[in-house]
Design a protein around this ligand. Structure first.
Ligand code: FES
Length: 291
């Protein structure tokens, strides 16, 4: 399916039409349609701040039209138990003869991975206020006005940070969909006072703890990354489908079982599936931030 085929189904508020039509340098228009590595073009780095080929850790895309997995957000549990998405270190780099600011951390926590904000530069997110390298934020995952899970509505007010204490029943938690795999929550990240909201999904799961501790089939590189990027079994990702940018859900609809697997992340727009417990590296062309 091409990008144009699905444009009618694209949510109005997401502004996709605007950024597709307004893209700087037509050759750089890749990403939403999954052109991938073949579309890499050197014009990318000079047409805006940052952007270009980037390799992210992602939760694996296992079905449907999405071209790749959704990028992970490394997290930390702070001294108060609050969940924080780590933002990379802000630095100035020379790209295409221009000095640009970018948030990027080499060898993130000894994982061997360069963690960069470019992982999140797709679907128009590159123009969000929270993607500005120096946007001031405590980076806590905060509950939105409309959280996806009823337990969140009972435990939190809008704007409250997610707290690890509220995930204490993560080994047994389940709702009416699928089997017990962990306890989920939805939240926003780097979005306070901003017009555009960055949606994230987290799951605290025994499976994550097992993978971190060396159980299960997982590559050394993936384990190193999970050890650096998860904390107390909590995994997080930017919850924007890499197909046409809808917000998927985990255990939020019976359709996930109907079209694939009740225990996988499901995008209702065109039935893409993602496995939250399979992390893979994805190579794609990050869109430049508007200057
Ligand atoms: S937006 Fe098309 S499958 Fe998610």
């Amino acid at each position: 399916m091409s990008a144009d085929d699905g444009s009618d189904k694209y949510p109005e508020e997401s502004g996709r039409r605007r950024f597709v039509k307004g893209v700087v340098g037509g050759a750089t228009l890749v990403g939403v349609g999954g052109v991938g590595v073949a579309g890499v073009n050197s014009a990318t780095s000079s047409s805006g701040a940052g952007g270009g080929t980037t390799q992210s850790w992602a939760i694996e895309n296992t079905g449907g039209p999405a071209p790749r997995g959704m990028p992970m957000i490394p997290i930390e549990v702070d001294d108060s138990g609050n969940l924080r998405g780590v933002w990379p270190e802000v630095q100035e780099v020379n790209q295409g003869g221009l000095t640009v600011q970018i948030a990027e951390t080499e060898n993130y926590k000894g994982s061997g991975t360069t963690y960069t904000q470019e992982w999140f530069q797709y679907c128009g997110v590159e123009s969000y206020t929270g993607l500005q390298p120096t946007y001031e934020s405590d980076n806590l995952f905060r509950v939105s006005s409309n959280p996806a899970y009823s337990w969140q509505g009972e435990a939190y007010e809008e704007g409250d940070p997610l707290n690890i204490d509220d995930f204490g029943d993560y080994e047994t938690w389940n709702n009416e969909f699928g089997t017990p795999q962990g306890k989920p929550a939805t939240a926003t990240w780097r979005s306070q006072g901003a017009e555009s909201t960055i949606p994230v999904q987290v799951i605290r799961s025994k499976t994550v703890e097992r993978l971190v501790s060396g159980e299960g089939e997982i590559s050394d590189a993936a384990r190193s990354w999970l050890q650096a990027a998860t904390d107390q079994g909590v995994v997080a990702w930017l919850n924007k489908c890499t197909h046409f940018c809808c917000v998927p859900g985990w255990k939020q609809t019976a359709d996930a079982a109907k079209f694939g697997d009740a225990d996988e992340v499901y995008c209702q727009c065109h039935q893409s599936l993602y496995d939250p417990f399979s992390v893979v590296q994805t190579l794609f062309t990050a869109r430049p931030r508007p200057q």
